[in-house]
Design a protein around this ligand. Structure first.
Ligand SMILES: C[S@@+](CC[C@H](N)C(=O)[O-])C[C@H]1O[C@@H](n2cnc3c(N)ncnc32)[C@H](O)[C@@H]1O
Length: 190
């Protein structure tokens, strides 16, 4: 009887430690996301297809998600929009590792690259379309990169917020729309 009690106690303690470590990991990830530019609030899966339709990404080009969360937008782009390559930058550990798992699980490793890095360090020279679902302050900090690195004719899709002063930044607003509760803004580099 004593041995069963000890075993039960042992597994209980192991379970508690694992659970608490995971909770701390997820909480710390949340703080990192918030501090770096936007909280980890993934788009609802049901909205993504229509948002990508709005973004007109079916051109076989390279699609980037800056702050790619658990990779759901990249996965949808590769699976249903025939993009050539999808690239994500995600700073926060929990969504990053989740996206790695989901991409591997769905056998999409050949078509999707995820970098666990600040998107300020991204290289956008190959991008045909860039997707943003971020706070306006975070987008503002990206503007010098857009100016310097984005090729003419490449596109930016911003969900929820317009890009401030886009007119002065060689970005032409192509169209706006609303899908579910998301305001959408599609720009082209001119
Ligand atoms: C609102 S979520 C969007 C997630 C995903 N794009 C989607 O639509 O489902 C914003 C993501 O950006 C990430 N993020 C915030 N600042 C970042 C930074 N400086 N570099 C890379 N990722 C960042 C957050 O961790 C979070 O996962």
């Amino acid at each position: 009887m004593e041995i069963i009690r000890i075993l039960f106690l042992f597994f209980f303690v192991v379970f508690e430690i694992a659970f608490l470590s995971f909770a701390v990991f997820v909480l710390a990830s949340g703080f990192i996301s918030q501090a770096k530019g936007a909280p980890y609030v993934p788009l609802p899966k049901k909205s993504i297809k229509n948002i990508l339709k709005f973004a007109e990404i079916e051109n076989g080009g390279d699609f980037y998600d800056l702050g790619s969360g658990d990779g759901r937008v990249l996965i949808e782009a590769v699976k249903n929009f025939r993009v050539k390559r999808a690239v994500g930058y995600e700073i926060s550990p929990w969504p990053y590792w989740k996206s790695r798992f989901l991409i591997r699980y769905q056998n999409l490793k050949e078509k999707i690259d995820i970098f666990k890095e600040d998107f300020q360090n991204s290289d956008l020279r190959e991008a045909d379309s860039v997707f943003l679902y971020l706070y306006p302050e975070a987008v503002k900090k990206l503007i010098p990169k857009f100016k310097e690195e984005l090729a003419f004719g490449s596109r930016i899709i911003s969900a929820s917020f317009p890009i401030d002063e886009s007119g002065k930044l060689d970005l032409k607003l192509i169209k706006t729309g609303k899908i579910d509760r998301f305001n959408l803004f599609l720009y082209e580099k001119i």
